[in-house]
Write a protein that binds this ligand. Structure first.
Ligand code: NAP
Ligand code: ZN
Length: 346
């Protein structure tokens, strides 16, 4: 075991404080990563505030990790000391079920091992990236391509892949009319990636306050969902809508925006159920689907795509003692567009 510095919260809704945690000794396939930056995902907040159920405390969240390799285990062949690497939402899976074998480890039939708030193979709760170092099996470590700086790369490991995966799965590209609901951490990466894929992109945000930003990020159109006229004007418009909102939405209103055979994909994950008016689905053979992060292979594909298209997150870098304030700002939709913790501040 080695002691490393981390920021942890001792109980639900309690402030974060600097502490020391233990990382396991390197097994043959393990990589010791010196974390440079860790993004703050709204999932960290849902977990730390127990909006998704009971969590393990003290909790060290963080699943948008970018850093450099500091040490490798005896059998590690994929990475060398000094390599620029990332870790996303999972650090292991069963590797044997049909989904793992298909490269969809996030849908492991035995449940993947989350980067934090999960139980690792050693039987201990996992601790995430709000930490100076992390030890991860090489098969769950990603290579960050040259040309993408570590700070703007960190949010790609969750926000980036969570949007890239459904955009690819549902065929976002030239001739497709795509809407992104919610311009936060996930949403702003959705705009960038959907635009780079060649789709016509619309942002649906609560107000027009982020309109200039949305258009600069690559959106072609921007509408306020606080204005009911938007739903009348855009009825039957979209092939694909990705809903990134962290709270329940009136699904009937959003389904009405889909054209024949259109799909709305929930990636936003509120703790409460959402109702669906069935007539909104059947009237235009519409679908309501969900999508969770992406597999390791596709996460690497996304990182390489972002490098090729010069994409990174729009970030505000913070120190460890600003985590609580950042959480409140994310919940208040006041993030432009991802907070990233600089571990040099620890
Ligand atoms: P975020 O930065 O807070 O962005 C969410 C955005 O949704 C806000 O910026 C806001 O955008 C909009 N919004 C917030 N509350 C709203 C409300 N009551 N009504 C309408 N719009 C609202 O959060 P995030 O980090 O992008 O994460 C978003 C959600 O995705 C969270 O629930 C998170 O847990 C989930 N998530 C899921 C996956 C997955 O694998 N499926 C992965 C990561 C995160 P506007 O100001 O533009 O309206
Ligand atoms: Zn996340």
């Amino acid at each position: 075991m080695r002691s490393v510095t981390a920021y942890a919260t001792p109980a639900a809704k309690e402030p974060f404080a600097k502490t020391t945690i233990e990382r396991r000794d390197l097994g043959p396939n393990d990589v010791l990563i010196k974390v440079a930056f860790a993004g703050i995902c709204h999932s960290d907040i849902h977990t730390a505030r127990e909006e998704w159920g009971t969590a393990h405390f003290p909790l060290v969240p963080g699943h948008e990790i970018a850093g450099t390799v500091e040490e490798v285990g005896s059998a590690v062949g994929k990475y060398s000391v000094g390599d620029r690497v990332g870790v996303g939402c999972m650090v292991d899976s069963c590797r044997e079920c049909e989904n793992c074998l298909a490269g969809e480890e996030q849908y492991c039939l035995k449940g993947n091992t989350g980067t934090y708030n999960s139980i690792g193979k050693d039987g201990r709760p996992t601790d995430g990236g709000y930490s100076s170092h992390i030890v991860v099996d090489q098969d769950f470590v990603l290579a960050i391509p040259e040309g993408v700086a570590l700070d703007v790369a960190a949010p790609l490991l969750c926000a980036g892949i969570t949007l890239y995966s459904p955009l690819k799965h549902w065929g976002a590209g030239p001739g497709k009319n795509v809407a992104i609901v919610g311009l936060g951490g996930l949403g702003h990466m959705g705009v960038k990636i959907a635009h780079a894929l060649g789709a016509e992109v619309t942002v649906l945000s609560q107000t027009l306050s982020k309109k200039d930003d949305g258009l600069k990020l690559g959106a072609d159109h921007f509408y306020a969902t606080g204005d009911q006229q938007t739903f009348k004007d855009l009825a039957g418009t979209f092939d694909l809508i990705i809903n990134t909102v962290s709270a329940p939405l009136p699904m009937g209103d959003y389904l009405s925006l889909l054209r024949l055979d259109g799909t709305i994909v929930s990636v936003g994950a509120p703790g409460e159920p959402m109702e669906v008016p069935v007539f909104s689905l059947l009237s235009q053979r519409r679908s309501w689907a969900g999508s969770g992060i992406g597999g390791i292979r596709q996460t690497q594909e996304m990182l390489d795509f972002c490098a090729e298209h010069h994409l990174g997150a729009e970030i505000e870098v913070i120190s460890g003692d600003q985590i609580d304030e950042a959480y409140d700002r994310v919940v208040g939709s006041d993030v432009r567009y991802r907070f990233v913790i600089d571990t040099a501040s620890f």
